[in-house]
Design a protein around this ligand. Structure first.
Ligand code: HAM
Length: 428
């Protein structure tokens, strides 16, 4: 019987070793960056009750209507869903553990999300986000903090050409008035709507503004705009944000058609977009969601957050070619088998005790082939323990990167010190 060749699920990618240095480089910088703004890690389960997302994201959104991976739990027939985003789960955890009982909290997460979308460049069925939430903050200063923070991240990463678009969606009463006029407007010009927009006219008319259909461009340019419906408080919030952004020197554009695809937003919404990635150019999206905690059964807690699409940022980084994506290690330890192998094995452990990154050559091979492996590993030094070295309780140390570098014999007792100082010289 022929065995079935197994492959990953469509739209879900393996991160292979050759591509992982860029991810590690990115993740290390993200860790420093969130810390520098006082954000603390929160890790919520990948599985949640389906109802959380229906109530949180909104029943008539693309995500809930057709993109969630949901199934029934074996034991108690509960409906469960692989998380399609972080915000609802983070707010659920905040309510469950009274996270904001003693004041506002800044939290962040990183990990995989699942959406059953049409796979294409920059759009996958399993993808990753860096997600940041500020819970319990009401003012526009925290909105500005998030945007300034992202401007700083692009600088740290060397991502150029990302532009910021912002909008204010107002409060629900303002949105209602806008919605009534918007529906009237679209009804008058219904012939110009495509099939998808006609369907949305009754379910979620605001999302029609999001349409990328060029045939509807004129229609969309002339719609009543939410900014005309904003009351004093919403206006003040939006002005406050713009004022701080201008003072911080972060460029932005007000895009009155920016509505975002999740229903929990009020007031501020924003996106960072790049032209570098084709049609899926949104690197990051976010916004304020003041009513969400109450909607999910908690006390009203004003909040704002954003999520960065990791695969998209990684593609920008890879394109830029600025990142050294080769694997690195300090030392590769070689031997001639037998007793020399166990001595080399122990020497490798001693070098790790001294804080070095060390690869031990496992198994037998000719010295020549071990040397090839040592070279390919990216190691700075090869340490060779052959019969002669074993007899003299020593090792040969060979620099691998410097041209015409001499090999020298070092007593095993001094091996770690010798390599530590040689490596620190290279770093200088
Ligand atoms: P979102 O706009 O659905 O927002 O996703 C944020 C980012 O995740 C997108 O801009 C994109 O970079 C990336 N992304 C989304 N879907 C995919 C996909 N299928 N494949 C690859 N990348 C994708 C949210 O998820 C909100 N929870 C953000 C937020 C946090 N708002 C407030 N707090």
């Amino acid at each position: 019987m022929a065995t079935l060749k197994l492959a990953a699920v469509r739209g879900m990618n393996d991160l292979l070793p050759a591509a992982s240095p860029v991810w590690e480089w990115f993740e290390a910088r993200v860790l420093d960056w969130v810390r520098s703004y006082g954000y603390q890690l929160i890790r919520t389960p990948i599985l949640e009750h389906t109802d959380l997302f229906v109530r949180g994201i909104g029943a008539v959104t693309d995500i809930v209507e057709r993109e969630m991976y949901s199934f029934e739990d074996r034991s108690n027939q509960e409906r469960l869903t692989l998380r399609p985003e972080f915000t609802a789960g983070t707010v659920r955890a905040a309510i469950e553990h009274s996270l904001t009982y003693d004041g506002p909290k800044r939290v962040w997460s990183m990990g995989p999300l699942f959406r059953h979308e049409r796979p294409q460049r920059g759009r996958f069925r399993q993808f990753h986000q860096v997600n940041v939430e500020a819970l319990g903050f009401a003012g526009p200063d925290i909105d500005a903090e998030h945007m300034v923070m992202l401007a700083r991240l692009w600088k740290i990463l060397g991502v150029t050409g990302a532009r910021l678009e912002i909008n204010c969606l107002g409060e629900s009463d303002e949105r209602m008035k806008h919605r009534v006029d918007l529906v009237k407007y679209f009804e008058q010009r219904e012939a110009e709507l495509d099939a998808d927009s006609k369907r949305r006219l009754t379910s979620n008319p605001l999302r029609i503004l999001d349409s990328k259909n060029p045939a509807m461009a004129t229609l969309l340019n002339e719609t009543p705009q939410i900014t005309q419906y904003l009351g004093v408080a919403s206006r003040r919030h939006f002005d406050g944000l713009q004022d701080l952004l201008a003072k911080a020197g972060v460029e932005f554009r007000v895009n009155p058609r920016l509505v975002r695809g999740l229903d929990y937003y009020n007031l501020t919404v924003f996106e960072w977009i790049t032209d570098q990635l084709g049609s899926q150019g949104t690197l990051c999206g976010g916004g304020r969601y003041d009513p969400l905690t109450e909607q999910l059964g908690g006390k009203r807690t004003p909040a704002i957050g954003f999520a960065i699409g990791v695969e998209r940022v990684i593609e920008c980084l890879t394109q830029s070619g600025n990142i050294d994506a080769t694997a690195h290690t300090d030392v590769y330890v070689l031997h001639q088998g037998g007793e020399t192998a166990s001595q080399a094995f122990l020497a490798a452990e001693q070098l790790r005790d001294a804080g070095l990154d060390v690869i031990f050559h496992a198994g037998d091979a000719s010295l020549k082939s071990q040397m090839k492996k040592a070279d390919a590993s990216g190691a700075e030094f090869a340490v060779i323990i052959g019969e002669a070295e074993l007899a003299a309780q020593s090792a040969a140390v060979k620099p691998l990167r410097a041209r015409a570098a001499e090999q020298r014999i070092v007593p095993l007792a001094n091996l770690a010190d010798t390599l530590v100082s040689a490596l620190s010289e290279i770093e200088e």
